[in-house]
Ligand binder design. Structure first.
Ligand SMILES: [Zn+2]
Length: 162
């Protein structure tokens, strides 16, 4: 399924309302986590999650993966649009959305999993949120080295870091 969202309008992807914000030129992550630059736009979902995407980006919306086919930047005075293709299936975390400064294996499928940027303190211990790049599993992760790292020199979440 291919959906087109025009600039400043709202469409429905996987049952979630998604607004396309104004277009810019900038740097964004491709589906393999590498960075490139070019026309991009901001997609904002109804729960206020935003994704800055360009051609070749992969985003998870409504439990499905969507590949950005193109971000069309029009002549001045006309509206641009973004086209996305549903890849179906269960959403997996795109490696470009994760920070592999912390990595572990998914408890479900053993695939590489990276930090999703979230942290949580439970019973006085710091946990970080991890997402699997294969099966979409999300899980909390902690160990002594990780907690010392956050105490001594807290890392800045950097999506796409290997
Ligand atoms: Zn998994």
């Amino acid at each position: 399924m291919i959906e087109r969202i025009e600039e400043t309008t709202v469409a429905e992807l996987s049952g979630v309302r998604v607004a396309m914000g104004n277009m810019t030129e900038g740097t964004y992550a491709l589906s393999d986590g590498s960075m490139t630059s070019g026309p991009m736009c901001r997609l904002a979902t109804e729960d206020d999650v935003t994704h800055d995407v360009g051609e070749g980006s992969l985003v998870s919306i409504g439990g499905q993966n969507w590949l950005v086919l193109q971000v069309h930047k029009p002549p001045v005075g006309e509206l641009g649009f973004v086209e996305l293709q549903s890849l179906g299936g269960q959403a997996t975390a795109a490696s470009g959305d994760l920070d592999f400064v912390f990595r572990s294996s998914c408890p479900n499928c053993s695939a590489p999993s990276g930090w999703d940027g979230s942290t949580e303190v439970d019973i006085g211990r710091l946990f970080i949120g991890m997402a699997c790049t294969n099966c979409g599993n999300r899980f909390a992760f902690t160990n002594g080295a990780l907690r010392r790292r956050f105490n001594d020199n807290p890392p800045t979440f950097t999506p796409g870091r290997k």
